[in-house]
Design a protein around this ligand. Sequence first.
Ligand SMILES: O=C(O)CCC(=O)c1ccccc1C(=O)O
Ligand SMILES: [Mg+2]
Length: 356
Amino acid sequence: MWVDPFSLRLESPLGTAAGEITERRGFLIGLGEGEIRGVGEATPLPGWTESYEACRSALDEVTEAVSTDPISEVETPDPTETPAAAHGVDLATLDAVARRDGRPLAAVLRERGFDADEPISDSVPVNATIGDGTVEETVDAATAAVEEGFDWLKLKVGVGEPEEDLTRVQAVHNAVDDGVSLRLDANGAWDRSTARRLVDRLAETGIGYLEQPLPAEDLAGLAELRGRGVDIAVDESLAATSVEAVVEAVAADVVVIKPMAVGGPSRAVELAAVARSAGVEPVVTTTVDSVVARTAAVHVAAAIPNVTACGLATGWLLAADLAADPVSISDGRASLPAGYGLGDGFDAVRRGRADL
Ligand SMILES: O=C(O)CCC(=O)c1ccccc1C(=O)O
Ligand SMILES: [Mg+2]
């Protein structure tokens, strides 16, 4: 197994209530020999995953342990301690095995929790991701996204004053037509009383869902916000607690599953199945990753039958990437790439530094 560090700058910072994301640093991971090779990506994002250093140490340990049979012998790092490292190894293994068996990654993942007989769709619906900004910037970004064919928009909120957010949301609502749904993501910024007040105002406007209005640990507060006319989604709460705890606390209508944050594509699909069987709708998103992990997240979404719009249209946020993007985004949908494993188009990154 080889591990190669990379660093990619964002085209412009993504403003969130948890801070600005300006750069993504991570590791490409490769394993296999000859024709059977797989590639994975570990791109930690503190707040959702372990630190960069903890990720590197976890991957170093795996590299030291790997001996002769790289595909079956690789042990995945602990998905709760070092989810990004676990994601990288899980993905590289899945890609190699799926390619060996001549199957797309989505088909392999489907078996981790859903009915394998239902056909896998060749594309999944996606939302546009719009960072914090002024009212005018937000409306411009929203109308541009709608022109590109998106009918789900996710706006970051909770950075500025709540009243300003309401103005931004109302302005976007007025600027787009009725077929466009808005999602809002506060990244845990509000306290209970602010969130309660905003939910009541947002219920009048009508929005698709409000993501992480309260701090990650406040499952009781989230449960109280439900049923007031706005669906509640949790994201950070999954890393802070668990899907089971969220279900138990009836804290969410929707769970936002980030494969990078939950320890890999396999676990992401398993958790999606747990959520759906409890009546909580799973949504899959990236953590603003390179093309390798973004494509994996598209396969994860496609493994979930009739998945709702996912946060997978994040490639445009990066100023550069590790390979050409095999996923096309049009009419608000992300296409599944052709080929086996992650798909065609990754041959150069799969070869990497072939040091096995
Ligand atoms: O969901 C999306 O539209 C894209 C992903 C996204 O918003 C995100 C990206 C990186 C880190 C955190 C988040 C988030 O959902 O809070
Ligand atoms: Mg979020």
